[in-house]
Design a protein around this ligand. Structure first.
Ligand code: ADP
Ligand code: MG
Length: 690
């Protein structure tokens, strides 16, 4: 097989569409487009997922069953036939070399009998099996040459989607390798030399068709590094830009801090104390804070934020707290009101359903500076709320906000407000450093004292009735229960159907005696209806709350002791852990019951990890390893996916960060690195560098 040639006469440009390559039809153009490959450059940068090592060529006389190897021989005989049973079409061949003979069979590719001919010298790459005699089934094949693509080398395996096979991609990409020199080298020459990295062109060539395992390793190193380096550079630039902004300093006041802590109905955990201290120090500076407060559900983030808001109010400035949903905004307003009320700090609540009559005076008093604390949903941002002196913005569960929205919050006002985001999504430390390189992070790594761990079990199908009995006992004892349903059908985006079916099942078949105390929460309900359901649950009238995952159940119900999760295998581990955190908030013992029909050992292993692991951080890392980072909610919105770099590679991350700092110290505006500046533009949106 000869490599397809470029059709273009004037000499190819990597900006040409993929159809400039011979053998790329409109159909394939469309398939490539689906995975984001439009130009020859894109195709050249479509890296293999891994390689199969078929570099060893074994004489037929020496092959053994179970070996994965390449064989080089002559076709002695080849023919197509159809099996008698099942009428399967086969191509069968006998291949020989000086040392012996081997049988080969290809299923469903009878045309091979016409493509390959008796007397052809070929490579076969595959696994040797014992079936009567030694046989290779469906091996990769090609005419023997000094420049093989599918055998007798480290063979690239591409992400096979959208009907694009590695076999189809290999010759196309190989024919492009000679244009790799046209790829722009954007890494600083000094860095490349000092770290002994391959050039970009060499790395790209070697990552597709490596000369050796060592060459492949060096190529991967270089490509992973450049990816992480550009990201870290963008983060560092954002951080420096932020340092150049001015913010209202809120001087630390010991009396204010002590007074707040003293009035609390509990003592702060050490982690809360440290986080609060870090935040109060940050906001005392004339540059805007940019801090992420990370802590498991129930670790007590709200009170830490409230402490900062109290400080800001005492200094005569305003704060705003944004929650992802109305239900949560209300809960925050209640809690913060009760914390700040004793200090005569007023708290306003502004949500979508706030009537105009209440809204007007509130907006007026914000603009005049009479209202020091405002809490609400993102509807607030769209409102164009005017503050007199906004000094602090707090965002709860910020990953649910789009980048644009985050910025809108940040940029309000003349001085840049200090910015605190809170999340219960346990972001592994390395991931945090990577994605939020321009953020400082505080972690609440411990729970308030006296919390009992939630007992978690994976309930096998035959124990379902027992589990229902247990739930009945809990309800009889006055406790409350969450039931979470997964989204089963794609069409059922808001989970209306799955939750409704679950409700009917529970009311009719399982707990008929409790039917009137079972309520339903899903994404189709109007916000007033959601509020009513949640209020009923909060008052204890509703004993069992059936909900979809799309509905925020982040509300604090200390009396809820059972979290039952249907179809648990459909959720990410971090998400399951978050659900679990909804119970165990009071002093009573609580349970999390995971139900699944999955039999796949991998799925069961993941769920078992939730049973045995109490830490959301550990679970997030396990999930990242098992399923990749796409499943950690919200990270993809950062707009960048990694091809090479591992987000768990702490050494890579810190090396890249150090190099980024070093370069910027030397050349803060990257004047000497125009190519690198162009490369960075992909990140401008993510970090708002403009
Ligand atoms: P989250 O981090 O999930 O937002 P919250 O701020 O809602 O957690 O706190 C969960 C519950 O724990 C609240 O009822 C809060 O009053 C309580 N709490 C917070 N800090 C402490 C503490 N140090 N000791 C005891 N209870 C606490
Ligand atoms: Mg919270």
């Amino acid at each position: 097989m000869s490599a397809p040639r470029l059709r273009v006469v004037r000499g190819p440009s990597l900006d040409d569409p993929v159809t400039a390559l011979a053998g790329v039809s409109d159909i394939y153009e469309a398939r490539l487009e689906k995975i984001g490959v439009r130009t020859l450059r894109d195709l050249l940068l479509l890296f293999p997922r891994k390689h199969e090592d078929f570099s060893r060529v074994t004489p037929i006389g020496s092959i053994r069953p179970g070996m994965k190897t390449t064989v080089r021989g002559w076709i002695y005989h080849i023919a197509a036939r159809e099996t008698r049973y099942k009428r399967m079409k086969l191509a069968e061949a006998t291949v020989s070399d000086d040392s012996g003979k081997l049988n080969v069979v290809w299923f469903n590719q009878p045309f091979l009998a016409n493509q390959l001919h008796e007397g052809d010298e070929i490579f076969l790459a595959g696994e040797v099996e014992l079936n009567g005699g030694l046989v290779m089934k469906n091996p990769d094949y090609e005419k023997a040459s000094g420049d093989p693509k599918h055998a007798a080398r480290l063979v690239p395996i591409y992400p096979e989607t959208e009907k694009l096979t590695s076999r189809w991609l290999r010759p196309k990409i190989q024919s492009l390798l000679r244009y790799a020199d046209e790829l722009e080298e954007f890494m600083p020459g000094e860095l490349l030399a000092r770290r002994g990295f391959l050039s970009r062109a060499a790395a790209v060539r070697q990552v597709h068709f490596p000369e050796s395992a060592q060459a492949l390793e060096r190529a991967r190193e270089r490509l992973a590094f450049e990816e992480m380096f550009v990201l870290q550079l963008a983060a560092q630039l954002a951080k420096r830009a932020r340092k150049a902004l001015t913010a209202q300093p809120i001087p630390f006041d010991e009396t204010t801090a002590r007074g707040f802590v003293k009035a609390l109905p509990f003592t702060l955990t050490n982690a809360q104390r440290v986080a609060a201290w870090q935040i109060l120090q940050d906001i005392a500076r004339p540059q805007p804070m940019n801090r992420l407060l990370e802590g498991d559900v129930g670790s007590g983030k709200t009170v830490v934020a409230a402490m900062a808001m109290h400080h800001v109010a005492r200094a005569g400035f305003q704060s705003v707290l944004l929650a992802p949903t109305e239900v949560l905004a209300r809960q925050h307003a209640d809690v913060i009101q009760s914390l700040l009320g004793p200090f005569q700090v007023d708290v306003g609540l502004l949500v979508g359903s706030t009537p105009a009559a209440a809204r007007k005076p509130m907006l007026a008093s914000l603009a005049e500076g009479h209202l020091p604390v405002l809490i609400g949903t993102h509807a607030l941002i769209e409102e164009g709320v005017q503050y007199k002196d906004l000094a602090l913005t707090v965002v709860d569960e910020q990953h649910r906000f789009g980048v644009g929205q985050r910025l809108a919050v940040r940029q309000k006002g003349e001085r840049t407000p200090h910015f605190l985001s809170m999340t219960a999504t346990p972001i592994p430390r390395t991931l945090g450093l990577t994605l939020f390189g321009d953020l400082d992070i505080s972690i609440l790594g411990e729970m308030p004292a006296g919390r009992l761990p939630v007992k978690t079990s994976l309930v096998p199908p035959e124990k379902r009735a027992d589990a229902y009995n247990f739930i009945r006992q809990q309800v009889t004892a006055g406790r409350q229960v969450f039931v979470i349903c997964p989204l089963i059908q794609e069409s059922d985006k808001l989970g209306v159907r799955s939750a409704t079916q679950e409700l009917e099942k529970l009311q009719r078949d399982v707990f008929p005696e409790l039917a009137s105390r079972i309520a339903l929460l899903h994404g189709r309900l109007k916000s007033a209806e959601k509020e009513a359901v949640m209020a009923g649950f909060q008052r204890g009238e509703v004993a069992i709350l059936v909900s979809t995952s799309v509905v925020e159940v982040g509300i604090d119900i200390p009396n809820a002791t059972v979290m039952m999760i249907e179809g648990a295998d459909r959720f990410g581990l971090a998400q399951l852990h978050q659900f679990r955190g909804r119970v165990g908030r009071g002093t009573a013992e609580s349970w999390c019951l995971l139900f699944t029909d999955a039999e796949d050992p991998q799925a069961l292993k993941r769920l078992q990890a939730v049973v045995t692991n109490k830490s959301g951080f550990d679970l997030a890392e396990i999930d990242l390893e098992l399923r990749g980072w796409g499943d950690l909610a919200g990270y993809r919105q950062h707009g960048k996916d990694f091809k090479m770099a591992s987000l768990l590679d702490a050494v890579l991350i810190s090396d890249a960060q150090n190099e980024a700092v070093r370069l910027l110290d030397r050349d803060p505006a990257l004047d000497g690195e125009p190519a690198l500046r162009r490369q960075l533009s992909a990140y401008r949106q993510v970090f708002a560098l403009d």
